[in-house]
Write a protein that binds this ligand. Structure first.
Ligand code: A3P
Length: 303
């Protein structure tokens, strides 16, 4: 496969190009295996996203929705495990885990960063639900910069933002080009609105209540009037908020089982518009121009 080594990360990360997208080896290996063998079922609920768009948040919310009968703020697994450990992901060979969960407890959630066009075919033919989160490109660029830089323990002065920006702009990001990732799911959601729900990170922040209800309805776990009256929706939103989750001990000091990344890297600032602290006027113009070109005529707005 064509490969690219990221110079701004001091050559510590290499990505490979597979089916029109770039990804690191760790994610490609399991992902390709799952792509060829995974058998989705209609009851599955897929949580899909490009990295750094709010995946951790969406996983926590959906996990809380589907486990809410047993959801207890003092015992939920989200207190002791990173959200990524609560929801298996195809890329890191957790297909078996998902199949066992599905068989033993009917737990429906499974996640992937694979682009729509590269999903296992059965995900589409089974008509299972897909929820996709996406986010302002500029904030994704900044989030990705810090995540990767910190993962390799590089201080900012050793990891030039301009180079990170340029790579992302060229489509060289994990599961990038980001624009194509969003467009793939966007177009699919127009064709299959009953199966695919798109949520915008910024909308989820602005109006968590109606978006959470929409999400629950869509995946077939609607909140009852009694639940709403009892404050279940509010409790989930509060528990999964950045303020709460980022202060949980597991997310401040933990590491996922067998992994190398620290959980805290998934919780940085969660601020809309943080890009303004990093972008020059030229960078802004460049991204806006490319975004206009890529999304022209699609109806998708993502500046
Ligand atoms: P920032 O780097 O801008 O802070 P992902 O989960 O896809 O890797 O995305 C990570 C981004 O989501 C980070 O953005 C992180 O801070 C933010 N995030 C994590 N948990 C969140 C939550 N509960 N609510 C809102 N944003 C959250």
């Amino acid at each position: 496969l064509p490969q690219h080594t990221c110079s701004w990360l001091k050559d510590k990360m290499t990505m490979y190009k597979y089916q029109d997208f770039w990804a690191i080896k760790r994610h490609l290996q399991g992902g390709i295996q799952a792509q060829q063998s995974f058998k989705a079922e209609p009851s599955d609920v897929f949580i899909c996203s490009a990295p750094k768009t709010g995946t951790t948040w969406l996983k926590s919310l959906v996990f809380a929705i589907v486990t809410r009968e047993k959801f207890d703020e003092s015992t939920t697994p989200l207190l002791t495990k990173l959200a990524h450990e609560c929801v298996p992901i195809l890329e890191i060979s957790q297909v078996k885990e998902h199949e066992n969960n599905r068989k033993n407890s009917g737990f429906p959630l499974v996640a992937t960063h694979f682009p729509y066009a590269s999903l296992p075919k059965s995900v589409i033919s089974s008509n299972c639900k897909i929820v996709y989160i996406y986010r302002n490109i500029k904030d994704v660029i900044v989030s990705n910069y810090h995540f990767r830089r910190e993962a390799f323990k590089l201080p900012m002065e050793d990891a030039p933002f301009e180079e990170a920006f340029e790579e992302f702009y060229q489509g060289l990001s994990n599961f990038g080009p980001y624009w194509d990732h969003v467009l793939g799911y966007w177009k699919a959601s127009l064709e299959r609105p009953d199966s695919i729900l798109l949520l915008k990170y910024e909308d989820l922040k602005r109006d968590p209540t109606s978006n959470l209800k929409r999400l629950a309805d869509f995946i077939g776990y609607p909140f009852s009037v009694d639940e709403e009256k009892a404050g279940v929706v509010d409790n989930i939103i509060r528990f999964c908020s950045f303020e709460n989750m980022s202060n949980l001990e597991v997310n401040k000091t933990g590491k996922p089982n067998g992994g190398t990344l620290e959980n805290r890297l998934y919780y940085r600032k969660a601020k809309d518009g943080d890009w303004m602290n990093y972008f020059t006027d030229d960078m802004k113009e460049k991204i806006d121009k490319l975004t206009d070109e890529k999304f022209s005529g699609t109806g998708l707005v993502l500046k």
